[in-house]
Design a protein around this ligand. Structure first.
Ligand code: ATP
Ligand code: MG
Length: 483
């Protein structure tokens, strides 16, 4: 256990940390903050939701000279929403010191950003495309930058972004400090990152698994056509506080959110083809609980920190193990618990095994839930609501009517009718979903990372299916197990 004041942090920043409600430093913070304060380049890898933002944010803010009006630090992030979130966190950390961070991202009026830049932010948090735009217009100058952070570094150094990153780093003085952070860091990508760094210190918070232990991980094998019913049954059974459903494509996300709405769920979609205004409004509605299901492409997979996300559903299995780690990491953050379900078609079982091998964690097989399971779940929720009302609310106003009803009917009849009225019965409104092609991986594809013998692979398969069966408790579940 490490307290923040043991890490050499100034009084002003300590005040912010207290105001943010942080008591102890998380392991990645305890390990990286002292090294980073010494000015060393750092590659920091730790599981999702373990406070990597403050791990780079605290030393970054410490290094800023508030009297210097030039941009001294830059954070590059893969999505607009993440850039906004990271800038917010840096502003919180920098509050008492007077350090200002500004998010710069595509889809927002560039002139508005140019005006905001006149306020002389000390740190810019940007998405690559828009940053390059500003560099080319000479509306931001990076010649005084001392610290560069690549958040979600493996994503930023991947094919889609690498040339942008190179273009940005060309503008930054070479005698800078460079920090790379992510929950995942495949070796080949880490090596690319090292080319941009000076004697980097690799700080990897030791963990047996790549995913957080407090996320329960399940998979359900089913045919493509069954997926939507399974999703709605699970939502009925588990009534998540907030849930994220990940789909593979933008079309998928649009169709899924429409289908969920037609069955009475408050859902909206987020993906890269929507206007920024729409993306922001959907995300805000989700944060405030106006919508309870966010349907998303991988645009929402990385970095987003939304409290209250209790469930993640991979409606389509992710393209790669890293995406899996980040998607499910939207729940189970900062020590909270979470549940993750992955839907897998029979032809995609190879991909599931790949994910399990790379994350070093097995998912527990779950049976296909039945309509009865869904109804039972909703009935239980009604009962919980009634009990809560009995204990915590004032219902004396309704007692007279209750007595009148009980004069004519027995109590079980009255209560059963009331439960029926309060219970959302499973809705089977037909919906339209275009089929997605399955992800078929040859088992050998990623074996260069961690070779596995045929024998141990068989053992893994055997263990998993064994565990799946032992978790199917009720008879209804057992019946549907092999559907
Ligand atoms: N020392 C701390 N004590 C308590 N809460 C903390 C601490 N550090 C960070 N947090 C909180 O934990 C949550 C997750 O932090 P953060 O978003 O930085 O995680 P992350 O490691 O960057 O995750 P991801 O890999 O998903 O990006 C945030 O809500 C943050 O405020
Ligand atoms: Mg993060």
């Amino acid at each position: 256990m490490t307290m923040f004041h043991e890490l050499g942090i100034s009084e002003q920043v300590m005040k912010s940390i207290q105001a943010m409600g942080f008591e102890e430093a998380t392991p990645i913070q305890a390990e990286t903050i002292p090294v980073s304060l010494k000015g060393k380049d750092v590659i920091g890898q730790a599981q999702t939701g373990t406070g990597k933002t403050a791990a780079f944010g605290i030393p970054m803010v410490e290094k800023i000279d508030v009297k210097n009006p030039q941009i001294q630090g830059i954070v590059v992030a893969p999505t607009r929403e993440l850039a906004i979130q990271v800038a917010e966190e840096l502003n919180r950390i920098g509050h008492f010191k007077g350090v200002k961070a500004l998010p710069i991202y595509g889809g927002q009026d560039i002139n508005r950003q140019i005006r905001a830049l006149k306020n002389k932010p000390h740190i810019i948090v940007g998405t690559p495309g828009r940053l390059i735009d500003h560099i080319n217009r000479r509306t931001i100058r990076l010649n005084n930058i001392q610290t560069v952070v690549l958040d979600e570094a493996d994503e930023m150094l991947n094919m889609g972004f690498i040339s942008d990153i190179e273009a940005i780093l060309k503008e930054v003085p070479t005698e800078r400090q460079t920090l790379l952070f992510s929950a995942t860091m495949p070796d080949p990508i880490r090596k690319i990152g090292e080319n941009f760094m000076k004697d980097p210190v690799l700080i990897k918070v030791k963990a047996k698994e790549m995913t957080v232990p407090n996320i329960e991980q399940y998979y359900i094998e089913m045919h493509e056509k069954k997926k939507f019913d399974v999703l709605t049954r699970l939502l009925d059974m588990e009534s998540p506080e907030l849930a994220i459903v990940f789909g593979r494509t933008k079309r998928r996300v649009d169709e899924l959110s429409e289908a969920l709405n037609s069955r009475g769920y408050a859902a909206e979609g987020i993906h890269g083809d929507l206007t920024q205004a729409k993306r922001t409004s959907v995300l805000n509605k989700f944060k405030s609980g106006t919508i309870e299901v966010l349907v998303a492409t991988d645009v929402a997979a990385r970095g987003l920190d939304i409290s209250g996300v209790t469930h993640v559903y991979n409606f389509d299995i992710p393209q790669d193990p890293e995406s899996y780690v980040h998607r499910i990491g939207r729940t189970g953050r900062a020590g909270k618990t979470g549940l993750a379900y992955t839907f897998v078609t029979p032809r995609e079982m190879g991909q599931l095994k790949n994910i399990e091998r790379i994350t070093k964690r097995t998912m527990v097989r779950r049976p296909i839930p039945s309509l009865d399971d869904a109804l039972e779940g909703q009935k239980r929720i009604t009962a919980e609501k009634i009990l809560y009302t009995i204990q915590h609310e004032n219902y004396s106003f309704y007692k007279h009517l209750a007595e009148e009803l009980l004069d004519e009917h027995d109590s079980v009849t009255v209560v059963a009718a009331a439960i029926k009225l309060l219970t959302k019965e499973p809705d089977t409104t037909p919906v339209h979903l275009t089929e997605e092609a399955p992800i078929i991986v040859k088992e050998k594809k990623r074996d260069n990372r961690r070779r596995e013998t045929g024998k141990s692979r068989m053992k893994a398969i055997h263990n998993r299916s064994g565990r799946g069966r032992s978790t199917s408790t009720g008879s209804a579940r057992k019946k549907t197990y092999n559907k």
